[in-house]
Design a protein around this ligand. Sequence first.
Ligand SMILES: *[C@@H]1O[C@H](CO)[C@@H](O)[C@H](O)[C@H]1NC(C)=O
Ligand SMILES: *[C@@H]1O[C@H](CO)[C@@H](O)[C@H](O)[C@H]1NC(C)=O
Ligand SMILES: *[C@@H]1O[C@H](CO)[C@@H](O)[C@H](O)[C@H]1NC(C)=O
Ligand SMILES: *[C@@H]1O[C@H](CO)[C@@H](O)[C@H](O)[C@H]1NC(C)=O
Ligand SMILES: *[C@@H]1O[C@H](CO)[C@@H](O)[C@H](O)[C@H]1NC(C)=O
Length: 789
Amino acid sequence: MFVTVFLLLVTFCVQGGNGQEESQRPGHVSVVIVGGTGDLAKKYLWQGFFKLYVNQVSSGNSFSFYGGGLSPVEKSTPVLFEILKSVNCSKDVSEERCALVKEQFLRLAQYRQLKTLEDYQDLAKHIEKQLQEEGMVEAGRLFYLSVPAFAYADIAGKINSSCRPSSGAWLRVVLEKPFGHDYKSAQVLATQLGNSLKEEEMYRIDHYLGKQVVANILPFRKENGKFLDSIWNKHHIERVEVIMKETLDVKGRIPFYDQYGVISDVLQNHLTEVMTLLTMRVPTNLSNSAEVLQNKLNIFTSLLPLGKHQAVIGQYRAYQKEVQKELNKTKDHVSLTPTFAAVLAHIDEPQYDDVPILLISGKMLDERVGYARILFKNDIFCLQSHNSVHCKPKQIIFYFGHGQLQYPAILVSKNLFKPVLVDSEWKEVTEHQDVTVLGLPISDYYVQTPVVLKEAYAELISHIIAGRRNNFISNENLLASWDFWTPLLTSLASSFPRIYPGGVDNGDMLDVSLKGRDIRYINEVVIISPDQVGGQSTNGFQVMQGKFRSADMVSAWMEELVERLATDIQEAAEAAVRKGGVFHLALSGGSSPLALFQRLALHHFSFPWTETHVWMVDERCVPPTELESNFYSMHEYLLRHVKIPYYNIHPMPVQLNQRLCVEEDRGTLVYESEINKLVNGSSFHFVLLGVGFDGHTASLFPGNKMNDHEKSLVALTESPVKPHQRMSLTFTAINQAQKVALLVMGKGKHELITQLSRVKDNPEKWPVTGVKPSKGSLVWYIDYDALLG
Ligand SMILES: *[C@@H]1O[C@H](CO)[C@@H](O)[C@H](O)[C@H]1NC(C)=O
Ligand SMILES: *[C@@H]1O[C@H](CO)[C@@H](O)[C@H](O)[C@H]1NC(C)=O
Ligand SMILES: *[C@@H]1O[C@H](CO)[C@@H](O)[C@H](O)[C@H]1NC(C)=O
Ligand SMILES: *[C@@H]1O[C@H](CO)[C@@H](O)[C@H](O)[C@H]1NC(C)=O
Ligand SMILES: *[C@@H]1O[C@H](CO)[C@@H](O)[C@H](O)[C@H]1NC(C)=O
């Protein structure tokens, strides 16, 4: 429920006008880089602002530039000027002019200590004085926070309280990732920043969105719509891949990196952004930020949740040593932080049902390269001419840079179509080096590349000055992205990454295969380094059979247990279908069966769903659209993923005449007569039950007057916990089933299992002891956690 509410709010905000382009007036712009002598500033930012300055000298805007930092002016002024002196002009600027503008640029720049609130107040006074003295109109103030994220809130507070320009001029504050390390921390940061800055004043940068090829994905999709519209869907797309491979390690950055890992550092932002650009609906107006951001958000809401089986992780071998050294840890310290991850995502939309979306990134891999590939299905069979163009892979590649090709490009294999150029900033490449790109010689592609190569930061800086927000991350999108990634991060928190040697020696160790919705490494070799002992040992025992309360019992670790139960249900289903053409399955609510539902949905593709009728063991008296509804979770985890005819689904009629579980609406009789009508002898083939901490089963609770139900199959009952009202199958219905399974899982149930092993049958006190199939069989499925504690 929480997620839905959140997204509704988000939709509302965006439509409320957030993200509109701001009006611009020409005038003076003050640029402040907080952290102005840091690495990022040195490498990219000053160069980007210099380029901006060169391009804008004639546009009516004037500028002043401030490099801010914590150290005093005397110390850092020379450092800043060394950095500023190393900026370069692009090739099309003459040496003479370059020298001139560079000199001007240096004169417009100064270092300022920005530590205390007073420092910020002084800066504001300085800016105002300058505006006044030179009689300039102020256009705006741009603060670029190139500092660790923990300092954001404090600096934003100081900017708000002392550096806001007077009305008519804009304030823009640029922020760099990391924006938190999970949903909660991102939300905390968002709240803190929101106290000081308005959403439209914040520009959250992801430099990937400034890369020319990435920025051209939507324009390319739009301009080539006439070719793409009919093939951009599950019927034609085999797979989508978004890949960023790095050769570097993280030496020197461990104190930062070890808290994040590759998923938070790269997948959550860069790769996710590219994925949304590839899959979102193409906006009707690409310059309309609100529409762009909204369409992106729609993809986030459609992403299927990621579980443990949708990811594999790795860690390069030298990482442990680096961690021990840089974090001053002893030799027995083990970091589980992944430096490699391959994740398999799916979008729950009719257009993309079951299309695998692979997101992969890692450090210390064999080459440095970034690309996204749309691989299409090829339905042509070539009997003889395997080399002719129509037999080859059909693919579109957005090649961000590096790797074999060395330049950014968009490649379309010639057996697809000849793409049109988006605009005059792109050109076709016809002269090729002799290279192969993802399995095809370059000559088998139509290739487009930018006419002039532009640096991502410089591109984004010009967008910020222009107030164009579509290539930045909105708060809504950021939180939606964390909402998607956080559960995976949590579920991987104690998983051991596969250790890989690094570089070409990785061989096929990190190759993966996709099975249904799951991803795994293709080979099972697991290299455990000597520092990595002490992990969970599984003792080698798998599934164990025995007796519990004089009925049959199956026990195993949770995953094996769930698979065993799923297999047993499928066997029962196949037997029933062979015999009578139909299988009647009654499922209970609660959390234990969810893992089973998922197992059935994602692994048991040959299950005879078309012949299966699904009934409910019990239901809470809430509308079926609410999270608390058993039908709701059954639908979310199972029914919507399998091909079961609608008329085979039998939710309990808890809602009749616009009210819930009122005796006189006779919902119980409605359900009972439906059972009598469809189920031979009212005897279900399979009934799945759980047990509550108080010993209740179905919705039959301790103290309920079981005898009142006597012959009826369905009854209204009272639960001691909310929602109190329930509808449930009675013992009569349960005990005439052919097979009954009692599923009990988790350490929390150990105490209960111990007690149950001792008590006598007493259904009033321990309702589960009333489960005694008269002709059928009962099997307990108890996982080791519940059995052994
Ligand atoms: C400017 O060019 C020089 C020489 O090519 C290079 O060493 C330097 O890194 C460049 N500066 C920036 C900021 O890119
Ligand atoms: C900024 O500071 C003022 C007080 O100086 C405060 O009223 C306001 O709520 C703060 N935040 C924003 C977003 O303006
Ligand atoms: C597209 O959106 C931009 C920005 O909101 C707007 O200025 C422009 O008029 C729009 N173009 C069309 C054709 O609607
Ligand atoms: C590790 O120890 C060194 C030297 O004692 C110190 O400079 C450094 O800050 C420490 N690093 C961490 C992460 O504690
Ligand atoms: C219905 O059940 C009876 C016994 O309970 C059995 O003899 C009969 O074959 C069943 N009919 C079908 C169609 O399965």
